[in-house]
Ligand binder design. Structure first.
Ligand code: ADP
Ligand code: 5GP
Length: 191
């Protein structure tokens, strides 16, 4: 990747259920020059997910082979036995169009991407109003089994402790207020 092809990136991280996918989707509608970074994952597709739209799906062996040959900018074993990562080819694909890349990554991945891209990157942490409300949203979303919800809620306190390492924190209390705040921050960054 040559330096001249590099553009800006916007990183969203949050505990699962805080509302980052909802906010990202609103931003993608609002700013046509933003484009979502499709991650690779070793988990199986869920529901109506399509290869090349939500994720690039691959088995653990292919993920490990690509990681070993340096194809990822960053990757994490986000859940035991399940890896997620960003392919360098994905960044080139989006920057080649002159677009700004939006990432939905776990908290460790968000901190790593900010370290790699520095001033080229804006990192946002989406904060739930409380852990109790986070649990209610995960239950209300209806996509996860009760034990998966427990695991996600248990991880939340540790993730929230990393919020100060992000450029900005957006509290997702009222969705409309949080979207308006995210639009202001991202709009100022992409110019
Ligand atoms: P994440 O991507 O962070 O895991 P989602 O965007 O999937 O979270 O949101 C989790 C659930 O909470 C979804 O059902 C979503 O509709 C709901 N939600 C998002 N923001 C709010 C909000 N401000 N108030 C109430 N519910 C919300
Ligand atoms: P899902 O619910 O889609 O199985 O889990 C997604 C989790 O993995 C979320 O926390 C999401 O932010 C994270 N994630 C998705 N893609 C990447 C990636 O490329 N890198 C990292 N580090 N985390 C990712």
């Amino acid at each position: 990747m040559t330096r001249s092809t590099q553009g800006k990136i916007v990183i969203f991280s949050a505990p699962s259920g805080a509302g980052k996918s909802t906010i990202i989707n609103r931003l993608l509608e609002r700013f046509p020059r933003l484009e979502f970074s499709i991650s690779a994952t070793s988990r199986a597709p869920r529901g109506k997910e399509v290869h090349g739209r939500e994720y690039y799906f691959m088995d653990n062996a292919e993920f490990a082979r690509r990681a070993a040959s340096g194809e990822f900018v960053e990757w994490e074993e986000v859940y035991a036995g399940t890896c997620y990562g960003t392919l360098r080819s994905e960044l080139e694909r989006i920057w080649a169009k002159g677009n700004t890349i939006v990432f939905d990554v776990d908290v460790k991945g968000g901190i790593n991407l900010k370290k790699i891209f520095g001033e080229q990157a804006l990192s946002l942490f989406v904060m739930p109003p409380s852990v109790g409300e986070l649990r209610r949203r995960l239950e209300g979303r209806g996509t996860d089994a009760p034990e998966v919800i427990e695991r996600r809620v248990a991880k939340a306190a540790e993730e929230i402790a990393h919020a100060p390492q992000f450029d900005r924190t957006v509290v997702n209390d009222s969705l409309e207020r949080a979207v308006a705040e995210a639009e202001r921050i991202v709009g100022a960054f992409i110019g």
